[in-house]
Design a protein around this ligand. Structure first.
Ligand code: ADP
Ligand code: MG
Length: 502
């Protein structure tokens, strides 16, 4: 009879999931079951007969003997009886959190203690990540709301409070449709149906109503909350207020539209100049507003990207306006002597960084006898920069642009200088060759090109009584050839007199 119950007990200890260790009144280990072996990494025979404090890290190791002695002497409980969280130490020296409960037993004249141990590392980790998650939710700028499957609000973070103006107390237990404008409240039923099927709704843009009645544009992501088995228990919704972003976006879009239309209508005449001028002010306003919104948006805020795109677009628009102004302005020419070699070198220097980023090499084969000419230095620089930019854009995977100068003659034998800009880029198809110098002809994707670069070049070269020609072969490269009269000082007046060529 005794033998069977002993065998039964042993089988129980062997099969137990929890670590079970028994010690005597001096703390010496007497039994150590297989689960304890797994937990601590010791074989039973290695620890039986050793003090149990070897399974604890400092300072518990040192304190344990004292606890035990005091308990045996006074009955004062420190560990015994209460399930509690302590730290265990494995054979390899690593430690782990464990839940320990100790029971006391008396066998004949012997007093023993039985410890039941459960590794709670997993539970601790889960608790930590849960509290982390809770902190993230609470500190999020976005409104994060969870509801039951019927749509009643269960949780409501600080972001939701800021976004909608209601406190958790005011909304808890209410139906989520309280946030919808009257005409949109039917949305919810359909959405809840989809969520119940386990679907997720991403970045759905809609309108919600704040406590003060003000409508706000929001981007909503709704997902099901599932239990471990995948059953849908509730709904979580993340809402982001995009009102301000929307407003700026709309303004920028409307303005771009206006700008393009106006510019095209005016066919780049004086009207374009005045419109471009008019646009400068609202553009500056938008630019300032974006700057201020960006200033108030922390560096790690996911909304920054959209704002930065708007900022970029606004900058591009500014550049377009500037080119338009430049194109139509009939500014006074400032004629001076221009050392072409030096001036080409400067243009290359100005754009060097931009080209190097694109792996474009610039080769300058400037003839030593390149003459000094009479011209408007500022405008020539514009021509050179435009041509170098185009060459760079034509070589997205890198290449070479070669600048060559040579003496030449214009019609009637007028002494001139010829400057070639040759690139190894994508080239221009024959059917485009005639059109590339037209204002607003561009093959670049929207926002990247204005189509004004070559038109400006042509106008400036013509103002100087020169010529500009383009030859190109698709996938081989393009050469733009600019010929400018050298002119003597005596002829400068005639440049001034001629004005612009339409
Ligand atoms: P944008 O650069 O704004 O497009 P441009 O007047 O400078 O306007 O040029 C008009 C078009 O001519 C370009 O979009 C491009 O298709 C073509 N182009 C100009 N230069 C080159 C070049 N070096 N290689 C290939 N295509 C060119
Ligand atoms: Mg260009």
């Amino acid at each position: 009879m005794l033998a069977t119950s002993d065998a039964r007990l042993r089988a129980l200890l062997e099969a137990a999931v929890d670590g079970i260790i028994s010690i005597d009144a001096r703390g010496v280990i007497q039994t150590f079951n297989p689960a304890a072996e797994r937990l601590f990494g010791y074989a039973a025979r290695e620890v039986i007969g050793q003090n149990v404090n070897g399974l604890m890290p400092s300072p518990y190791q040192e304190e344990h003997d004292r606890y035990l002695a005091r308990y045996v002497a006074t009955g004062e409980k420190k560990i015994i009886g209460i399930g509690r969280e302590v730290v265990g130490r494995r054979k390899d020296g690593t430690t782990f959190p464990m839940d320990l409960s100790v029971a006391e037993a008396r066998l004949a004249d012997e007093q023993i203690f039985v410890g039941i141990i459960r590794d709670i590392s997993e539970r601790k980790r889960a608790e930590e990540s849960l509290s982390q998650l809770a902190a993230i939710v609470e500190s999020s700028d976005d409104a994060i709301i969870s509801t039951a499957l019927d749509g009643t609000i269960v949780t409501w973070n600080a972001g939701a409070e800021r976004c909608f103006g209601y406190s958790l107390g005011e909304v808890k237990g209410q139906h989520i449709s309280m946030l919808a404008p009257a005409d949109l409240s039917c949305d919810f039923a359909a959405m809840l149906e989809r969520i119940k099927r386990g679907e997720r709704i991403d970045h759905y843009e809609t309108v919600r109503i704040r406590k003060d009645g003000r409508p706000i544009d929001v981007s909503v992501t709704i997902s099901p909350i599932k239990d471990a088995a995948g059953k849908v228990l509730g709904v979580s919704a993340i809402k982001r207020d995009i009102s301000e972003q929307r407003k700026i976006n709309d303004e920028v879009r409307a303005m771009t539209q206006q700008l393009w239309q106006a510019a095209k209508l005016a066919s780049v005449g004086e009207l374009a100049a005045s419109i471009a001028h008019e646009l400068n002010n609202p553009l500056a306003t938008v630019s300032l507003r974006i700057e201020s919104v960006l200033g108030r948006t922390p560096a790690d805020d996911p909304r920054r990207r959209a704002l930065e795109v708007i900022e970029q677009e606004t900058k591009r628009m500014g550049e377009l306006v500037a080119s338009l102004l430049q194109f139509s302005r009939r500014g006074e020419e400032k004629i001076s002597t221009v050392d072409l070699r030096q001036e080409l070198g400067k243009a290359v220097e100005l754009i060097h960084h931009h080209l190097r980023k694109r792996l474009v090499t610039v080769v300058q084969e400037l003839a030593p006898d390149t003459p000094t000419i009479y011209a408007d230095r500022q405008k020539l620089r514009q021509v050179f920069l435009n041509l170098l930019t185009n060459a760079g854009d034509a070589m997205p995977r890198g290449g070479t642009v070669t600048l060559r100068t040579a003496r030449a003659a214009l019609e009637g034998g007028e002494p001139a200088v010829r400057i070639d800009f040759s690139d190894t880029g994508v080239g221009i198809p024959a059917e485009h060759l005639e059109k590339v110098m037209d204002p607003f002809f561009t093959t670049k994707e929207e926002g990247k090109g204005t189509g004004l670069g070559l038109a400006i070049c042509r106008r400036i070269v013509q103002e100087h009584q020169g010529t500009i020609q383009i030859s190109s072969e698709v996938s081989k490269g393009t050469t733009v050839c600019v010929v400018l009269p050298v002119r003597s000082g005596a002829n400068v007046k005639s440049i001034r007199g001629s004005g612009a060529v339409e």
